[in-house]
Design a protein around this ligand. Structure first.
Ligand SMILES: Nc1ncnc2c1ncn2[C@@H]1O[C@H](COP(=O)(O)OP(=O)(O)OP(=O)(O)O)[C@@H](O)[C@H]1O
Length: 336
């Protein structure tokens, strides 16, 4: 089922686009759906009984702690792993992808953290990496450099990214800018579902805001976006739907209307276990862990909760500021 990804027909007037289902207040139809999906690696049960729907024009956030099963889940959706149980449907039809190429042919594109870019190549070359435009036949085939430079420039501008030099090596861009180039590239090559693997994990607050803004832009262009993150604040700024994984199971699956940021943070922090710990700490009883260098376990627990809360709050405010800044030129590298 391999075919070359065709670029989408660029909309000459994005302002005239029909409002997304979200803006019409309708539930978007699922582009992809998982029903009771499980995955084992030998004796390890990485995922079990996962139900998930991803709609067009909707951001689905997948959260979870280390080892929760997020990577395994996106690898199944991206066609890298086959599930060991359950069903995977695209547009209501069961699919059995045997490679990411097959998923891509159905419009399911993944932007991994490492971005699969060649750092010394220019921005436009990275934009077309693996799908270069060529002209001529056989040994006389040549790259259509001017056309690729022009299209990359236009597509990036369409997403509000005005780079000073499209010929500059991509390594000159900030982490946030590189993520945005990868998102624009996936949109241009016809992605209907965009999987973003922790796109803000390695970024500072300002650059995270830039990326969140373009997640919103991809959603408003009608794509289904799957946003994998550890950060409930980032998720809540853009998410329409939230799935929290814990030890391979879906611990929470809720639309935005049924959830607050506090609920989400609570689930991420361990929910019921955290309540039990707080209750124990309030009563003055130390949890059963060994003291460290003469400091009681109770003190460590209290201190880390305070520090974590303060960091989270400061980060949320700063990211919100960056996110709500007017769209336009992407930030310079120094803001990284
Ligand atoms: N190829 C593999 N072989 C064996 N076990 C695996 C493999 N991939 C994942 N696992 C196991 O499956 C479980 C889920 O791992 P996964 O990487 O999906 O979690 P994660 O939520 O992405 O974690 P992190 O945020 O740390 O990347 C873990 O117990 C992990 O050790």
């Amino acid at each position: 089922m391999t075919k070359t990804a065709e670029p989408t027909d660029p909309d000459p007037d994005p302002g005239a686009a029909a409002p997304s289902p979200r803006h019409r207040g309708e539930a978007p139809a699922p582009v992809l759906q998982l029903k009771g999906v499980g995955k084992t690696f030998g004796n390890i049960k990485a995922l079990s009984g996962i139900d998930l729907k991803v709609g067009a024009g909707e951001v689905t956030c997948i959260l979870g702690d280390n080892g929760a099963g997020k990577s395994t889940l996106i690898k199944i959706i991206a066609g890298l792993h086959a599930p060991t149980s359950g069903e995977y449907l695209v547009d209501g039809e069961p699919v059995h992808f045997s490679s990411p190429r097959e998923a891509l042919d159905r419009g399911i594109a993944t932007v991994y953290q490492d971005l699969a870019m060649v750092t010394l190549m220019p921005v436009w070359r990275n934009f077309f990496l693996g799908s270069e435009l060529r002209t001529g036949f056989g040994p006389f085939r040549m790259l259509e450099v001017d056309k690729m430079r022009r299209i990359a420039d236009e597509e990036l501008k369409k997403m509000g990214i005005d780079l000073p030099d499209i010929d500059a090596p991509i390594s000159n861009l900030s982490g946030g800018q590189k993520q945005v180039v990868a998102i624009a590239r996936a949109v241009y090559f016809g992605a209907r579902v965009l999987i973003l693997d922790e796109p803000t994990a390695a970024l500072g607050v300002k650059q995270s805001g830039v990326v969140l803004k373009y997640i919103n832009a991809a959603r408003d262009a009608g794509l289904g976006v799957i946003f994998i993150t550890h950060n409930p604040h980032h998720a809540f700024m853009v998410g329409d739907h939230f799935a929290v994984l814990k030890l391979g199971r879906m611990e929470l699956d809720a639309p935005r209307s049924e959830l607050t940021l506090d609920d989400l943070t609570h689930h991420m922090a361990g929910g019921a276990e955290l309540d039990a710990l707080q209750h124990e700490l309030k009563r003055g009883a130390a949890p059963e862990v060994a003291p460290l260098h003469g400091v009681s376990a109770g003190e460590i627990g209290g201190m880390s909760a305070d520090v974590t809360a303060a960091i989270d709050a400061a980060e949320a405010v700063a990211a919100e500021e960056a996110w709500s800044a007017p769209a336009g030129r992407a930030e310079p590298r120094s803001g990284d």
